[in-house]
Write a protein that binds this ligand. Structure first.
Ligand code: BGC
Length: 866
């Protein structure tokens, strides 16, 4: 039977708050028939639930395209829920209609805000004390409410409340953006929280990303963080008689403080239950001691709708052990390095206080360790009110931890009193992998947990120490792996808007987005491989999700970045100026340096060429003919200059590092007939280290495919499967459950790399995931048919692996692959989604072109390894 699935508007299920004038729809089809393709669709959009007026009828459109179908009807009105239905026809003359209610609801669509940004009147106390403020207002309703929506945002982070209830389940709204240009607002349906008669509405705000404290970086380098925290809220109530009432944040609101004495992403939260005022947002609360807020605190022009998934509690895990350490500490082991916080129950006397400290690893003696958090205290303090069983979880902080040191817990500490709440952006999981090698399965799990922990509204470097920033280099390194595991389209698209918003007028892309790092002369701090996220990320998203709009939206950012590089230095075709971060934390770095041995200018020129090639490809997709010509020529010239400078007369690369060879091969910077020579150089270098890697952030993502694409699959497997230092699997032998920042985060003797920069949850080296999924599972996108319209199935057998499988949800549907070597035969089961096709390569060289449906293949496999 033909069915329509995963119906989305602007990449989200039934979104509330669409401000796009022409939102895009997507879906995929499934069917029991093999070789099924979409033949036509019709989308009809109505302005009410009961198929009211048709505001758009796409009419029957004959196409196989089902990604990003642009609305093309009457002008959409603000504050309106539109319902839509989709009818599809396939190539077997089957038809299907969407079931259930599919809708999108518009936000303000550019309509102004009646509310004002309000906040406490004393600027100093808010900024530095980190005490969340509660602001409130009462109002009356005297008619039947049809619907009610809260529109809210903040400089800082906020939670809204109505009549004693917290609104929504999201954390850390409005998220982190370049707030001086784009500050997202959220919309919540609060119809059910209102009551006839008197009501109360409230807003709690605190610093969040806006003011943070580190002892090594002073915020507000350019005064951009100097406003006081403030929030804005508009409650729009629609009555059944058609009238609208707006309750808005303004100077009439009052503010006070509640039980949270301190809240900070780095330092944690202090909560005094003795000072709880549970009724602060209920009718009749006595607010006579509360002060009047200040209003008009920030410009409303920067407010824009939310386009990514909110951060939520996605999973709960239970601790696996209570450890009494040699130092006499009581420590909970969560069994997994996780990101979020602990929810716990406790009973004791009024005034007792429980303290939790968070750490990622134990030291070599088995004692609690958190020195690698640097100045971040990651400390929770809960002061009991002494009222039976009390249950607590923080609201405005998160930590990265596996171990929790518990201090002063009154009574008997039981495992069942503690739960780990795992927080991250609520993206759909799309990929799962398993194989016969358990170490690789654990590595895959570590990669997934690295993603979860570093996808807290923006892609971060790490989730635990006093950093947690949107480093652009880390993001581009990991993006293909991320797209293989979770639907990361909305998440990265939102962040790329900020990348572009933060791009300086000369095109420089910040090393970290949202940006706050500037050179002394005020220019944006940038570097090759970091700034190149501007080109690599949109292109990767286009490959995985097949949506041209990503390229349309980011094209000028891509273009400006390439032009920025072009203007650096004397030679238009090289990038040979500083500062550059180089091959960050590579093992061939000099003692005391974070930068690996590969020449920084070699890396810069290689990435210049690579970004230019991607810009050329984007221009081609978008039919920008003159740019196509321009950037193809530029690419060829950079390549020629690269060759002149870095390739000797034997066709060898002069910079002799693993990273240098990997980049030359992967970015196609050398002549085809020199590939063999450079591959040989790479193999020699690996041999010198007994087939162990020495690459840093820059080279690691490309190392294995540089080998496997050039006839050295066995060596790629050898490097991947090493379990002694340095290797991907070595950290597993030290108990790692996430990816480490350093290959030797914990050394063989149990000591640590350093306290200064030693994260145990840094996803960058997890970039090997995409090699594993493309080569071991064997699913690879086809650049010419983005979004897996056509893709390759080509498991490359090697190592000791006898079995592998992956389920992966593409924009066209779910691909399932399972292969096994049994009795000298290779078996492959492949499920291809409708409207898509695949080229299947078998280990004996056979090729099969297949359409949708389940396929089984078999061939002899003489190189038996089980
Ligand atoms: C971060 C990295 C980042 C680097 C660049 C570090 O502190 O943790 O992941 O890319 O700085 O300078």
């Amino acid at each position: 039977m033909l069915k329509i699935n995963e119906i989305k508007c602007e990449s989200l299920n039934n979104p509330i708050g669409i401000d796009e004038e022409k939102p895009c729809f997507s879906f995929y089809i499934t069917s029991d028939n093999v070789d099924t393709k979409l033949a036509a669709y019709q989308i009809r959009v109505f302005n009410n639930e009961n198929a009211g007026d048709v505001v758009w009828d796409s009419s029957i459109t004959h196409t196989e395209e089902c990604i990003s179908i642009k609305y093309n009807g009457a002008e959409l009105c603000a504050y309106t829920r539109y319902y839509y239905e989709i009818i599809v026809w396939d190539n077997h003359n089957q038809t299907a209609i969407s079931i259930g209610k599919n809708y999108f609801e518009t936000g303000k669509m550019g309509e102004g805000w009646k509310a004002e940004f309000i906040g406490p009147s004393d600027k100093k106390e808010i900024k530095y004390d980190r005490v969340p403020f509660q602001m409130r207002k009462e109002f009356r309703i005297d008619r039947k409410v049809l619907s009610a929506r809260i529109f809210a945002s903040a400089l800082g982070i906020y939670k809204a409340s109505i009549n004693g209830n917290t609104v929504g389940e999201d954390y850390f709204t409005p998220g982190w953006t370049v707030h001086e240009k784009r500050l997202q607002y959220q919309i919540y349906d609060v119809t059910d929280l209102l009551q006839n008669g008197d009501n109360a509405v409230g807003l709690t705000i605190t610093n969040g990303w806006y003011h943070r404290y580190t002892n090594w970086l002073i915020w507000s380098p350019q005064d951009k963080w100097n406003n006081q925290i403030c929030g804005i809220l508009e409650l729009r109530i629609q009555f059944d008689d058609g009238e609208i009432q707006i309750i808005k944040s303004d100077k009439d609101w009052k503010y006070g403080v509640g039980p949270i004495k301190m809240a900070d992403f780095y330092d944690g939260e202090t909560y005094d239950a003795c000072e709880e005022t549970p009724d602060w947002c209920k009718v009749g609360f006595d607010d006579k001691n509360w002060k009047n807020v200040k209003s008009n605190l920030y410009s409303k022009n920067v407010l824009c709708s939310t386009t990514n998934e909110p951060v939520r509690i996605i999973q709960r895990i239970n601790p696996i052990a209570i450890i009494e350490t040699p130092a006499g500490e009581t420590v909970l082991d969560m069994g997994q390095n996780m990101v979020g916080f602990i929810e716990f129950s406790v009973s004791g006397n009024r005034g007792d206080s429980v303290i939790l400290l968070h750490g990622e690893v134990l030291d070599k003696y088995g004692n609690f360790y958190n020195a690698n958090l640097r100045s971040a205290k990651a400390r929770i303090e809960y002061i009991l009110k002494g009222d039976g069983v009390e249950r607590f979880k923080p609201q405005f902080t998160f930590h990265g931890f596996r171990y929790v040191k518990v201090l002063n817990y009154p009574g008997i500490l039981k495992l069942s009193n503690f739960t780990g709440c795992v927080l991250h952006s609520d993206m759909a999981k799309t990929g799962d992998f398993k194989c016969s090698n358990n170490m690789l399965n654990q590595l895959h799990s570590n990669i997934v947990w690295g993603l979860k922990g570093n996808f807290v509204d923006i892609p971060t470097d790490c989730p635990q120490r006093d950093e947690r920033w949107g480093w652009t280099g880390d993001a581009q390194v990991f993006i293909s792996t991320a797209c293989s595991l979770y639907n990361s389209k909305a998440f990265y698209s939102k962040w790329l808007k900020d990348l572009a918003a933060d791009q300086s007028s000369d095109g420089a892309v910040a090393n970290s987005v949202p940006n706050f790092l500037f050179e002394e002369d005020g220019s944006t701090t940038t570097s090759a491989a970091w700034g190149d996220a501007a080109c690599i990320c949109p292109w990767t998203l286009y490959q995985y999700y097949g949506d041209k709009k990503i390229l349309e939206d980011q094209y000028s950012s891509m273009h400006n970045w390439v032009e920025y590089i072009r203007k650096q230095g004397e030679n238009e075709y090289l990038w040979d100026t500083d500062p550059q971060l180089g091959d960050w934390v590579a093992l061939d770095a000099e003692e005391g340096s974070y930068t690996g041995a590969t020449s920084k200018h070699y890396i810069a020129t290689a990435f210049y060429a690579y970004s230019t090639s991607l810009l050329y490809k984007a221009a081609k997709v978008l039919d920008k003919e003159s740019d196509m010509k321009e950037y193809n020529q530029l690419y060829e010239k950079i390549k020629a200059e690269f060759h002149r400078k870095y390739v000797n007369s034997f066709g060898e690369i002069k910079v002799k590092t693993q990273t240098a060879m990997a980049l030359a091969l992967k970015f196609d910077l050398i002549e085809k007939n020199n590939h063999k020579i450079v591959t040989k150089q790479l193999v020699e270098l690996l041999k010198e280290r007994n087939y162990h890697l020495s690459t840093g952030f820059v080279g690691t993502p490309y190392l294995l495919s540089a080998l496997s694409d050039n006839g050295e699959l066995d060596i790629a497997y050898k490097v991947l499967l090493q379990s002694d230092y340095p290797s991907w699997l070595y950290p597993l032998t030290k108990g790692a459950t996430t990816i480490w920042e350093h290959w030797d985060g914990i050394k063989e003797d149990g000591t640590f790399w350093d306290t200064n920069m030693n994260s145990y949850n840094h996803y960058a080296y997890g970039a090997v995931g995409s090699w594993i999924y493309e080569n071991i599972a064997g699913i690879k996108p086809d650049e010419n048919y983005p979004g897996f319209k056509h893709f390759f199935i080509n498991p490359k057998l090697g190592g000791d692996i006898t079995r592998a499988g992956m389920n992966y949800t593409t924009p066209y549907g779910i691909v399932k692959i399972n292969w096994e070597i049994k009795n000298r035969e290779f078996y492959l089961d492949a499920d291809i989604p409708c409207n898509s096709s695949s080229s299947v390569a078998m280990p004996n060289g056979e090729m099969h072109e297949v359409g949708s449906g389940e396929h089984k293949f078999k061939c002899e496999y003489p190189h038996q390894c089980n």
